[in-house]
Design a binder for this molecule. Sequence first.
Ligand SMILES: [Cu+2]
Length: 665
Amino acid sequence: MSVATWSAAGVTAAVRRARLALHLLVAAVLVTLARVATVAVLASHGWWFVQEKVLLGLPMLAAAGVVAVSTAGRRLFAARRAPSEGTSASGVVWLLTTAYAALAGLLVSFLAGYPLTGSTALIAVSLVCAGGLLTARVVAAPVDATDATDDAGIEPTPAPHGKSGFSRRRFISLAGGAVVVGAGGTGVGLLFMPAESVATGGGPRRSSGSRAAVSVADLRGAGTPAPGGSKRQYELTALTATVRLPSGREVEAWTYNGQVPGPAVTATEGDLIEVTLRNADIQDGVTLHWHGYDVPCGDDGAPGVTQHVVAPGEEFVYHFRADQVGTYWYHTHQASDRGVRKGLYGTLVVTPRDTQQADGAAPAKQLDLTLPVHTFDGTVVIAGQDGRTEHTAPAGTPVRLRLINTDSDPHRFALAGTPFRVAAVDGRDLHQPGEARDAGLRLPAGGRYDLIFAMPDTPVALVVDNDHDGGVRLRPGGAAAGEDPTVADTSGWPELDLMRYGEPAAVPFDAGKADRHFTIVLDRGVAMVDGAPAFAQTVNGRGHPSIPDQLVTEGDIVRFTVVNRSPETHPWHLHGHPVLIVSRDGKRSSGSPLWVDTFDVRPGQVWEVAFKATNPGIWMNHCHNLPHAHQGMMLRLRYDGVTTPFAGSHTTHAGATGSSPHGGH
Ligand SMILES: [Cu+2]
């Protein structure tokens, strides 16, 4: 609106519609003041949202606007009853220049955003000045070519002027042009300055201890189970296959062992999990990333960082101890936006070793369902389930539903017909979760919720995305078995806020005493991604792999401030560590400590999270909306002293593996 009103005022003044121009000028000033007010409101949510507006956009607009009002305003006011008077050429030029300043501010916010760089500021100011100078050349002549008292130093077409005026104006024009070209050129040149490759978050660049460097290739998991545990061996072969969905539809999928999801990997606490991954015919290459499972870095499955991508005909053996219980999943991390979408994922569930109850009685028979949700071509599928799949359990049976979101967007779940508890989030138990009912559950991309309840003597329905025909049905056995499950309309149920759910408990570190603090501002903007300019998903204005590594030292308490300036939700995911949620939009978490591996940062939100750096390695830190990661929103958290022998950038797509020895894929 600011751009429109200032340009309309300029154009109407140029064609001598003084009355209309005056009205438009008043409107432009009001719109500009409204813009200042909206920026002030935005500023109350955080400096990250307004920095470039406060430091560049508004000052440019205000400076040009004040000159425009003072040069054009008085003459337009005088001319409103005598239209032939018109306004001066300089007035028109300044009105239009103010419109350019408004446009430049808009473009800076849209294309560059946070943080404002000297380069961006120089380019923007130069473009506005260049626009003003060019406008002066074009506009000045017809409007008041004979106005010798024009005091703004604007050069009209030279013909009607005397020699001295001509030279003065010509000099100013040339000098102005030279300054503009120089400043703009400097701004463009600064774009090519090499960026800082490491962010230290306020901590030291080197650890004080002089330890020898360790390679991620040597940071491998145990080769034996814990005492009392056993070895769980799996062979997973990645291959293309035609897969029949529960609806009967067939899709061309990328699979582990010809099935989607891949084989369920299960273990008891203390077991050794050993998985041999082979690639039959996935040309992009594959890996296995154990999402949310804090494996040693060499088993993390990040191609180009912790291992070579597994090309067709090759294999890689993962092995690690199952020392974390809970609900997890695995997926390829190579070309992951495509690979996971097409089916390269499966579930990982680890159950506690000691299932004996405290009083020594045998555990009650449980119904334990692992329910990975995935979208194939717009159809939401729960593995092995559809609207007709029903599970029967006698009333009173303890039920655990393990919900897993394997998609890149959040899903909304609702459990109709019974009160329940959210026992665990992202595999980690909550502290004293309260009984909930008639609540919506928003599960971020990559996230997991374990819901528990005792089977009532009436049917229960798990509803996904308010689709009351799909989901999962549970029926009590016996007399009520014949009843048709009726599902309440769950769409209006309020969302359960996990930040206020459960009871507080002690946490192992003080998040307020962080050794390093990193700010991660998420936005869209023009940036280099994998060596090519793109309208990217950016972190602090940059795209992968040009985002500086975050450097930490083992033992550090690390804090992230994650800010979302963009209009899309970003499920933020750090490998190798669960993070503790500290606050969201300034409100501290007041329920059970919430340890997550993925947290949904919605548009405009600011999250504070913290973790202790206890798992040395080089870890991917990225948006788990996988197309976003592919479009640049991905960086690395690197422990001081850890190196990688795996060359080439970590890519989410084929064809860009760069200097990797497997660069042909
Ligand atoms: Cu994202």
